[in-house]
Design a protein around this ligand. Structure first.
Ligand SMILES: Cc1ncc(COP(=O)(O)O)c(C=O)c1O
Length: 436
């Protein structure tokens, strides 16, 4: 849908980008029809686009900026660090302190390894699981997103029979199986049939702002992992430090073997980390005599544990630990979800806003209860969601169209009031035009 505000400069920049970047983007999720909006500046709860439009931002940097943009304490710390060097490519105290904070907060974190993205963290996590068990097969929820690594981008079983990308070696396709969330029978059958190295999943469906999983299902996976000896991997790239300092595992008191982290941990700068039982990381050590066929490469890379990211991460964790960030964001998001759902009910619109903690997403014309990643992705009216977000952008509320929204520590009740009024107006318009 064409925006109804002036976005001529974004359009011009996109036309220019088409000659250089395939499709005009470097990350496909940032593409939007008819063209992406170019953002020039971000501060607090706001972003400004290349045409000077100002928005209350709910995308918040891929759900990273839980404190809001350019949180003053974080900016000040990062500026000071920049004067002392951007990166040394060597061990440094700040990165060590960040690893220690992860260890303090996250129950499964006996040992920590940094990398530069969530994608790398999940890739290394499944490698650790394979190396430790000697098995190849990895199970993941059908439709679950864990980054774009070769190991995690394919399915072999219905309902999604296609790999997510061409160019994957057949081995990676053969060794990855999907299961429906909360379906213990399906998982049990896969565990009976294969020698499984690990099960990786987000312990709560926040990426699609869906419902939370049954804790009993997660406990079943934990029990099975102990009985059968596979590694249980919680992908907390989104939930890590967003739902509590101990992440989601602390909330439900289930400790996985391996946890992957990213996003919030880097305080706005690139980060990934994997952590877990100390024993699992023994063969990653460079200081012991491990035979080459047992050594595991997990973590690392040029920009790993750089002091800029570590500084932003440390300051962010400090604020999360000392200020009522979770209380603030959860109370506002809960109000927003409730008020949106009340509007849908009042207008007789078939839609539901889901989410947990500070995240939310409206699903239009859902065909099921959406407690499953595949159904969240496939069984809703995506065109309506896209139109909803585009029309909201015309009224000054920014989402990456089709994607989850997030409340930050700098989002106020006034922002929510304005957003609710705009959303009511938008859905009423869409209803009157027959789009809902
Ligand atoms: C659950 C989950 N795991 C892993 C990733 C990959 O992280 P990154 O984009 O930092 O590579 C994402 C990214 O959105 C994610 O949502």
């Amino acid at each position: 849908m064409e925006p109804n505000r002036s976005v001529a400069e974004s359009k011009r920049l996109h036309q220019r980008a088409l000659d250089t970047l395939p499709g005009g983007v470097s990350h496909n999720v940032r593409y939007e029809d008819p063209h992406p909006i170019y953002i020039e500046r971000a501060e607090g709860p706001h972003v400004w686009d290349a045409d000077g439009n100002k928005y209350v931002d709910f995308w918040m940097n891929h759900l990273v900026s839980v404190l809001g943009h350019s949180y003053p304490d974080v900016v000040e710390a990062v500026q000071k660090q920049a004067e002392q060097g951007l990166h040394y490519g060597a061990m440094n105290k700040k990165a060590l302190r960040l690893a220690e904070r992860v260890q303090d907060f996250v129950p499964s974190a006996e040992r920590v390894r940094f990398c530069a993205s969530g994608t790398e963290a999940t890739m290394y996590a499944v490698r650790l699981a394979r190396a430790h068990t000697g098995n190849d097969v990895i199970l993941k929820p059908t439709g679950g997103w864990h980054g774009g690594s070769t190991d995690l981008s394919a399915y072999v079983n219905p309902p999604l029979e296609q790999p997510e990308s061409a160019g994957l070696p057949s081995g990676s396709v053969d060794d990855l199986y999907g299961f429906p969330m909360n379906d213990t029978d399906a998982v049990q059958a896969l565990l009976e049939k294969h020698d499984v190295a690990g099960v990786i999943l987000e312990p709560v469906l926040l990426t699609g702002a869906g419902g939370s999983l049954d804790t009993s299902f997660l406990q079943f996976l934990k029990d099975e992992s102990e009985e059968r000896g596979f590694e249980l991997i919680f992908d907390e790239v989104v939930t890590g430090f967003r739902v509590s300092p101990g992440s989601y595992q602390a909330r439900i008191d289930i400790v996985p073997d391996i946890t992957t982290l990213g996003k919030v941990l880097g305080g706005g700068l690139p980060v990934g980390a994997l952590c877990g039982r100390a024993e699992l990381f023994e063969n990653t050590r460079p200081d012991t005599d491990i035979s080459p066929d047992e050594r595991v490469l997990a973590g690392g890379g040029t920009f790993t544990a750089n002091p800029m990211t570590a500084t932003a991460g440390l300051k962010t964790l400090e604020v999360l630990d000392n200020e009522p960030v979770y209380q603030h964001t959860e109370q506002k998001a809960s109000r927003l979800r409730d008020e949106l759902n009340a509007i849908y009910e009042e207008l007789g619109i078939d839609a539901v806003t889901k989410g947990l903690s500070s995240l939310f997403l409206s699903h239009f014309q859902p065909e099921s209860s959406l407690n499953d990643i595949r159904s969240i992705k496939e069984e809703t009216n995506k065109e309506a969601l896209h139109e909803f977000h585009t029309r909201l952008a015309d009224r000054g509320y920014y989402f990456l169209p089709g994607h989850t929204g997030s409340i930050s520590y700098q989002t106020t009740d006034e922002h929510i009031d304005g957003f609710i009024a705009a959303a009511e107006d938008v859905v009423a318009t869409m209803q009157s035009k027959g789009a809902l």
